[in-house]
Design a protein around this ligand. Structure first.
Ligand code: AP5
Length: 215
């Protein structure tokens, strides 16, 4: 099964994708994570996108479509979770073509809706493990042992994203409403869209996603 998690910044796409990886053996393809990895390793492309990402603007379609195309050759026995991709109609068309060329298709698109006030609180409180990428929050998801990652036991490796501030978030939200929200109608028309309330507890949202996917 191949699915898209669609929603504004902070909707919980990464959090829920990580659960589906662990519980269902799916493969998470996050263009945000791929772009951050390119920045960390200092590639030309990483340098090119750094300022764009920190501002909260979208990286070009060509770059992110290229990143996804590279990943589709990998083993897909558990199914792909597209997290943060597609974000424009051009990316959505490209994904359909790429999957078709591999003899695959998209099964469902989960739209996670969360109101803007909650998104600000989530984004400004977020931090991740610099070793394994596990996602935490200052109030809603702290590690069981202070300064220690629940998933990989790394100590003092937590970090915050450069674009997790109110100014960048405003730009990211504008990009979502202008360029990405048209995908809601696009996938509705293709009968792929399933809506989930992303405002509940992490467990409840996970349950709603499983129900929507008949898992
Ligand atoms: P990306 O990394 O994709 O960021 P995003 O879409 O802005 O989404 P986030 O990662 O911020 O949020 P999320 O929905 O994953 O929430 P999370 O689970 O972490 O993209 C970053 C940048 O890269 C873009 O701005 C752009 O520049 C570029 N880019 C990436 N893809 C691109 C593309 N396709 N095209 C062009 N450019 C692209 O949760 C957030 C916080 O809330 C966490 O602390 C979490 O613990 C907490 N939380 C989660 N769920 C709940 C809950 N139910 N209740 C309470 N707290 C919760």
């Amino acid at each position: 099964m191949n699915i898209i998690l669609l929603g504004p910044p902070g909707a919980g796409k990464g959090t829920q994708a990580q659960r589906l990886v662990v519980e269902q053996g799916m493969t998470q393809l996050s263009t945000g994570d791929m772009l951050r990895a390119a920045r960390t390793s200092g590639t030309e492309m990483g340098k090119q996108v750094a300022a764009v990402m920190d501002r909260g603007d979208l990286v070009t379609d060509e770059i992110v479509i290229g990143l996804i195309a590279e990943q589709l050759d990998h083993d897909n026995s558990g199914g792909f979770i597209f997290d943060g991709f597609p974000r424009t109609l051009k990316q959505a068309d490209a994904l359909a073509e790429l999957l078709e060329a591999k003899g695959q298709s998209l099964d469902s698109v989960i739209e996670m809706s969360v109101d803007d006030d909650a998104l600000v609180a989530r984004i400004t409180g977020r931090y991740t493990c610099g070793n394994c990428g596990a996602v935490y929050h200052d109030t809603t998801k702290k590690p069981a042992v202070e300064n220690t990652c629940d998933e990989c036991d790394s100590k003092d490796k937590f970090k915050r994203r450069a674009d997790d501030n109110e100014e960048s978030l405003r730009t990211r939200l504008m990009a979502y409403y202008k360029d990405t929200s048209p995908l809601i109608g696009y996938y509705y028309a293709k009968k792929k869209l399933k809506r989930v309330d992303g405002l509940g507890e992490i467990e409840d949202v996970a349950g709603a996603i499983k129900m929507a996917l008949n898992l």
